[in-house]
Write a protein that binds this ligand. Structure first.
Ligand code: ADP
Ligand code: MG
Length: 165
C-alpha cells in the first residue's frame, strides 16, 4: 500500500499537517489514526477538526473518558458537494474492551450519516465500511520528531465491526 511520509518536528507542525489534511476531507470519510501513546494522534486531530472549522484547537481534547466527541460543522463554499451541515466525530478506542462496549458507543449510527469520523486506536477492531478510508500512522522519531505516513485504503463493502481479542 503506497503511503505518503512526512516528518514533523513539533506539535505545531503536526497541527499544521492536520489542517492540510482537513482541506482534503469530504464527508463521508473514515480517518484511522494509528500509533503509540504520545505519538500525536490527538494533536493531529486538533489540526484536522480546527482546520474543518468544527471547533477551536483547544476544544479538541483526548476522548479518553467520553470515548466519543461530537462536533457539528457548517460547511461553507470551500467544501463543494458536501451537505450544508454534518458532524465530525473524534473517537478513542483505547479503553474499549469488547464488542459490547464498542456497540454502546453508537459508532454505527455515526457511520450511517454522512460524517467525518476520526478514530484513535482503530487497530482494536476491524472496520468494514464502504466509506473512503484514510489511514494515518504516527511514530516517534526521536525527541519532538514524529514520522507520519498517510495512506488511502481499499475498502470492503458493507459496514461491520469485528472485535480483535
Ligand atoms: P496520542 O493521542 O497519540 O496519545 P497526543 O497527541 O495526545 O498523542 O500527545 C502527543 C504529545 O507529544 C503531546 O504532548 C505533544 O505536545 C507532544 N509532541 C511533541 N512533538 C510532537 C510532534 N512533532 N507532533 C505531535 N506531538 C508532539
Ligand atoms: Mg490520543
Amino acid at each position: 500500500m503506497a503511503a505518503d511520509e512526512f516528518v514533523t518536528h513539533s506539535s505545531e507542525e503536526t497541527i499544521a499537517m492536520g489542517r492540510d489534511i482537513a482541506g482534503k476531507l469530504k464527508p463521508p470519510v473514515l480517518v484511522l489514526l494509528k500509533g503509540d501513546l504520545g505519538s500525536g494522534k490527538t494533536t493531529l486531530t486538533k489540526g484536522i477538526v480546527s482546520g474543518l472549522g468544527a471547533a477551536k484547537e483547544e476544544d479538541v481534547t483526548s476522548p479518553t473518558f467520553n470515548l466519543v466527541h461530537e462536533f457539528r460543522m457548517n460547511t461553507l463554499a470551500s467544501h463543494k458537494g458536501a451537505p450544508n451541515q454534518y458532524k465530525v466525530y473524534h473517537v478513542d478506542l483505547y479503553r474499549i474492551e469488547n464488542f459490547h462496549d464498542l456497540e454502546s458507543l453508537g459508532l454505527e449510527d455515526a457511520l450511517s450519516e454522512k460524517a467525518i469520523v476520526i478514530i484513535e486506536w482503530p487497530e482494536r477492531f476491524t472496520f468494514r465500511t464502504d466509506w473512503p478510508t484514510i489511514e494515518i500512522r504516527l511514530d516517534h522519531a526521536g525527541g519532538d520528531s514524529r514520522r507520519i505516513a498517510i495512506s488511502n485504503l481499499t475498502v470492503e463493502k458493507g459496514l461491520r465491526s469485528t472485535p480483535h481479542p
